[in-house]
Design a protein around this ligand. Structure first.
Ligand code: NCD
Length: 307
């Protein structure tokens, strides 16, 4: 079903396909031996033109746990990009060496372009402020695991909703599930793009609200998706400094939240979640990082025609 596909944005997968991936990821979590060694002889290339900890390492851990091998770069300066090679040529070349490519690139649209030149499956690990579909799979799996299903939930997104690609991908994906309500909490300058509010949510009749005040809405939420202010996408350091600490989630603010709320964060966290919350049972961001590896194992196996 998945063989020889690309994953550029969450819309490339149907809800049914995502459910199959989540079932498979949960099975791998329950039975760690399941699919072990199933990718022996297969090679994953990770091409990271931007920094990463979780996405790259969880993909590599996933491939190694499936018995396959990994190659790639995490510093574009060490690849021929530094000599002026085009992305198209890099992708054509890496397609000769690997069975699947995972790429992160600072330019919006780079993943779509790369997919046109890839002769093996290409998975987008983030293209600028645009999309990050495997983080979305991670987020949805975490919500399903901890809330039991992905419907009928009120999801709050807080922080940099303008540049945060994980927000764009997750909001777009959640819009396909029944009875979802979304609340976007950000300074006005970092609001969610109109292509999501007007272009997707309004058109689909999905209830949503926008506010700059976290305290007034935190009590309504089932999921609070915190995000970092995306310093690398600002044109101006002064704006970053002014906006970077707009929201700091702490015990006091969590006092008004439901007991069943889950706090998610794609990580890395800077200051937006106080470490005093790490022991709060509602803090789910490290579990989320772990589920990211299981869902990437499920994804790699499926895209390679296994599992
Ligand atoms: C996110 C990203 O790269 O967009 N990180 C991740 O993949 N877990 C979030 C971020 O960098 O803020």
């Amino acid at each position: 079903m998945f063989k020889e596909r690309h994953l550029v944005e969450p819309g490339n997968l149907t809800l049914e396909e995502m459910d199959k991936l989540f079932d498979l990821a949960e099975q791998i979590e329950r039975e760690p031996q399941y699919l072990r060694e199933s990718c022996r002889g297969k090679v994953l290339a990770t091409l990271f033109f931007e920094p990463s900890t979780r996405t790259r390492l969880s993909f590599e851990a996933a491939m190694l746990r499936l018995g396959g091998a990994c190659l790639g770069f995490s510093e574009p300066g060490s690849s021929s990009t530094a000599k002026g090679e085009s992305l198209a040529d890099t992708i054509r070349t890496v397609s000769c060496y690997a069975d699947v490519i995972v790429m992160r690139n600072p330019k919006e649209g780079a993943a779509l372009l790369a997919s046109r030149y890839a002769s093996v499956p290409l998975i987008n690990a983030g293209d600028g402020g645009h999309h990050h579909p495997t983080q979305t799979l991670t987020d949805l799996l975490t919500i399903r695991r901890l809330h039991g299903s992905i419907q009928g939930l009120t999801v709050g997104f807080c922080g940099d909703l303008k540049f945060g690609r994980t927000v764009h991908s997750l909001a777009k994906a959640l819009a396909r599930y029944p009875a979802i309500k979304m609340l976007f909490i950000s300074p006005p300058e970092l609001g969610v793009p109109a292509y999501i509010t007007d272009g997707i949510l309004k058109k689909a009749g999905i209830p949503y609200g926008e506010t700059s005040n976290l305290e007034t809405v935190i009590g309504e939420l089932d999921v609070l998706y915190m995000t970092r202010v995306q310093r690398e996408r600002f044109f101006n350091e002064e704006d970053y400094i002014r906006l970077k600490d707009s929201y700091i989630l702490n015990r006091e603010k969590m006092g008004q939240a439901r007991d069943t709320l889950i706090i998610l964060h794609p990580l890395p966290r800077v200051h937006e979640i106080s470490p005093e919350l790490d022991d709060d049972p509602r803090a789910a961001y490290f579990k989320q990082a772990k589920y990211g590896m299981y869902v990437r194992m499920a994804l790699l196996a499926s895209f390679l025609g296994i599992g």
